[in-house]
Ligand binder design. Structure first.
Ligand code: GDP
Length: 446
């Protein structure tokens, strides 16, 4: 039998209300004994006193019983709403443990909800993402995943795959003759349709993952080109060192900001400049490393002199989108904020110090490469989901090719593999390691 777990669910500190949750077979019994109330009505807010072992009142508040299975965990749950004082809540929890509960581990309530099939793994992850979201947009996206939007798409595709596989397997098992691949053209069409829908799902998941993890933007460029000034302009704070002396940004400086609801981490790197100075060399080493971890690189140069950047452009890591910022247009009276191109990269001419042209840059950062992020239906997603979707796609591509070569048994096997990869997203098949990783990232009491 499962243990009965208990934890303080509200954050430590003082507040109007502090909540303790108890879940498991003895939850109702413990609820009755701590409050001295018998016959707890389901989902009714009972006003009650909570007593210690000497029958002294520790606190008073509300007590609610959620009988299994209609509760967050699917087990019997008692929720105690007392006053938000850490000492009182500790005393209450101590008493609850005396009455037979054990302290809950991080994320254990949600783990039980998952094990009791109240939610799938995507939803469990969405709960963590919802609690941790830093922007409104990412909170809303996590909420949509929690409501099951992502899982529903996954399920729809799964059903389509299963339909084809079952059909092929039945045909292989029960017919003496081979499958007539020509008259069964709906199978090929369905496979192509699955592939298309998979691409749409992947695109959405990519955006959801960007929303969750944020974009990592790395600034690089010649010393004194205005990287620190641009970082300050983007973040609206004065954290980077701005100075007239070349080479002052020696370490990688990070800022976390939000643009149009997207969390953005900006790293300002030391200019990649050959130097004899040991500290500067170390800074440049770190700068190179930061570049390889970027989602997008901003190369900062001076307006009218993009050629100064030629050497630097050759050093950029491959496969990471880069935009060239031509700064200080205010120094040249004939220049206006503008978008252009240089050596295959988009350029944006602006003035970081005066703020001219910044909107062009923001638009480029939030709306580039992928479809715009402000899609109302966006849901949150994680890297592991993207990898699983890639695996599914490869299996479907194999299935299409095998179908075209009239290899029915191989198609069935490809579909089985695709289904397996798809199921790993919602957690039908998942390793203990993965579960441990996901649930331990949640706080105690969730
Ligand atoms: P970094 O070495 O690339 O980080 O450059 P800084 O941000 O420290 O800027 C170097 C110098 O250029 C400072 O004196 C800034 O005030 C100046 N600067 C930065 N942006 C602009 C700009 O848009 N226009 C002008 N005229 N000066 C700028």
């Amino acid at each position: 039998m499962a243990s009965t777990i208990a934890a303080i669910a509200t954050p430590p500190g003082t507040g109007g209300v502090g909540v303790i949750r108890i879940s498991g077979p003895y939850a109702a019994d413990i609820g009755q004994r701590i409050s001295g109330r018998q016959n707890l009505l389901p989902r009714y807010a009972h006003f009650a006193h909570f007593y210690d072992r000497h029958q002294t009142v520790i606190d008073s508040g509300l007590l609610i019983h959620f009988p299994a299975p209609a509760s967050y965990t699917g087990e019997d749950v008692i929720e105690i709403q007392a006053h938000g004082n850490a000492l009182l809540l500790d005393m209450l929890l101590e008493r609850i443990l005396e009455l037979g509960a054990v302290p809950a581990e991080a994320g254990e309530f949600t783990r039980r909800a998952y094990l009791n099939e109240k939610i799938d793994l995507v939803q469990a992850e969405a709960i963590a993402d919802l609690i941790n979201s830093q922007t409104r947009l990412s909170a809303m996206a996590a909420q949509r995943s929690l409501q099951g939007r992502f899982s529903a798409y996954v399920d729809e595709l799964l059903q389509a795959m299963i339909r084809i596989r079952v059909h092929i397997e039945a045909a292989l098992d029960f017919s003496d003759e081979d499958i007539d691949f020509v008259s069964e053209h709906w199978v090929g069409e369905s496979l192509h349709s699955i592939l298309q829908r998979l691409d749409v799902l992947s695109l959405n998941a990519h955006q959801g993952q960007r929303l969750r993890d944020g974009l990592h933007l790395v600034l690089t460029g010649k010393p004194n080109s205005g990287k620190s000034t641009l970082l300050n302009a983007l973040s609206g704070r004065n954290s980077a060192i701005v100075s007239d002396e070349a080479g002052t940004t020696r370490d990688v400086i990070r800022e976390h900001i939000e643009i149009k609801g997207i969390p953005l981490t900006i790293s300002d790197t030391a200019g990649l400049r050959a130097s004899d100075n040991a500290i500067e060399q170390e800074g440049q080493q770190r700068a190179r490393q930061a570049l390889t971890q970027a989602d997008h690189i901003l190369v900062i140069g001076t307006a009218g002199a993009p050629g100064d950047l030629d050497e630097l452009l050759q050093e950029l890591p491959e496969g990471i989108p880069a935009t060239i910022v031509l700064n200080k247009i205010d120094q040249q009276p004939d220049l206006m904020p503008a978008i252009g191109s240089y050596r295959g990269h988009t350029t944006i001419s602006l003035s970081a110090r005066e703020g001219h042209g910044l909107p062009l840059l923001l638009e480029r950062l939030t709306g580039s490469q992928h479809a715009p992020l402000e899609t109302p239906g966006l849901f949150s997603a994680r890297r592991r989901h993207l990898h699983a979707l890639d695996r599914v796609k490869n299996h479907i591509l194999d299935a299409i090719s095998n179908w075209e070569h009239a290899q029915g048994d191989l198609v069935a096997e490809d579909l089985r593999q695709a289904q397996y990869a798809m199921d790993s997203i919602t957690g039908k098949f998942s390793s203990d390691d993965l579960l441990g990783e996901i649930f331990s990232a949640l706080c105690i009491g969730k």
